[in-house]
Design a protein around this ligand. Structure first.
Ligand SMILES: [Mn+2]
Length: 356
């Protein structure tokens, strides 16, 4: 099925597009969908509504409307709201939303789900195919896809623009992209890439400087814990990919845990400890972050993430880095695999023996 099959729900109807706000992929998905509806159909109104992966994503749907979810999904809590729509279409790629999609599909006959959580697609690529859209050149679509799904393969001639693209599209910060910014990029791609390359040069320099401020704060037989304290008034953008690349280059004889302490107040009133691991390490920092997130005695409220990159959030802005580092060492102690311990011990005794 494609967009054309929904003509009766588009012509003469109220159409709402709920999309993953702040995300370049989500914004592009929304723009492609809006352009396709506008070009080929005659809705009475056509509205874009940004949302995040929140507890509820359908609070703003109108009675009797045709609703699209692009790069984001409704939750089970949205069921009653969605019941009042004439038709609901989901075009998402987030695997975390699959269970809710299944439940809503079985309880709402007016809901159609065209999501793909295989990990290959992004929101924009799913919407692009669903609409058979010609709005966005293939190279541009690749750049947005890569930004969202890091393992996505991009042809060389598009990839050479990736840093400049990243500079432009993240100029307001990660998670702060807007539909306006994406429209500007589509309308003036060359100019935006040039401006983006200048921004990226600065971002890369501040990312390197942040990394260079690292200190090895704890060392055990199996683990080296590095820490970066983000300055209080810090407002530079960070390229996390480059940051990880630099972490990967730290010479190692044992597992590396890299903690970034950023005491800037988040919108939820907490501050965050970002966790990353060294090259080839098997330590699951998502689990480390989850455990740190349960440390009520240090005032941590939540934590989690991927095996290679994660974070925990704390409510106490005065909590000392030393106490948190002690806790991190404790947590990792129980998690490092025994064979890694053996290897690290052998390696460290080898490195210690000559000349001592
Ligand atoms: Mn996405």
């Amino acid at each position: 099925m494609s967009l054309r099959d929904f003509a009766e729900h588009l012509n003469g109807q109220v159409v709402q597009i709920i999309y993953h706000g702040g995300c370049p992929d989500g914004c592009l998905a929304a723009l492609i969908l809006r352009d396709s509806v506008k070009t080929s159909f005659k809705p009475t109104s056509l509205e874009l509504i940004p949302t995040t992966h929140a507890g509820r994503n359908a609070d703003q749907v109108a009675e009797g409307s045709m609703v699209f979810f692009a790069d984001v999904s409704p939750t089970v809590e949205d069921e009653e709201q969605l019941r009042k729509c004439r038709c609901v279409v989901i075009l998402d790629h987030h695997a975390s939303a699959t269970a809710a999609q299944r439940r809503l599909e079985s309880s709402l006959p007016n809901l159609k789900n065209f999501s793909d959580d295989s990990g290959i697609e992004c929101g924009a690529s799913i919407v692009n195919r669903f609409c058979s859209s010609k709005l966005v050149p293939e190279g541009t679509l690749h750049l947005f896809h890569k930004m969202d799904v890091f393992q996505h393969n991009v042809p060389d001639d598009a990839m050479k623009n990736f840093d400049a693209f990243k500079g432009f599209i993240t100029q307001k910060g990660f998670g702060r992209c807007t539909v306006d910014l994406v429209e500007e990029f589509l309308a003036h791609t060359e100019d935006c890439l040039y401006r983006g390359s200048l921004i990226y040069t600065k971002t890369a320099a501040s990312t390197r400087a942040l990394f260079e401020s690292r200190k090895m704060v704890r060392e055990t037989e199996t683990l080296a814990l590095w820490a970066v304290e983000v300055p209080g008034d810090y407002s530079e953008a960070t390229d996390l990919e480059l940051y990880q690349k630099l972490i990967d280059q730290i010479p190692k004889t044992k597992a590396i845990l890299f903690a970034t302490f950023n005491r800037t107040r988040l919108s939820n009133g907490l501050w965050s400890v970002g966790l990353r691991r060294g090259a080839g390490d098997t330590l699951d920092v998502g689990k480390v972050a989850s455990k740190l997130g349960t440390c009520a005695h240090l005032n941590f409220k939540t934590g989690g993430g991927h095996p290679y990159a994660a974070g925990a959030q704390c409510g106490d802005f005065e909590q000392s880095t030393a106490s948190i580092c002690d806790e991190l060492v404790q947590i990792c102690q129980g998690m490092l695999p025994s064979e890694a311990k053996g290897t690290a011990q052998e390696a460290s005794s080898r490195s210690r023996s000559p000349g001592r």
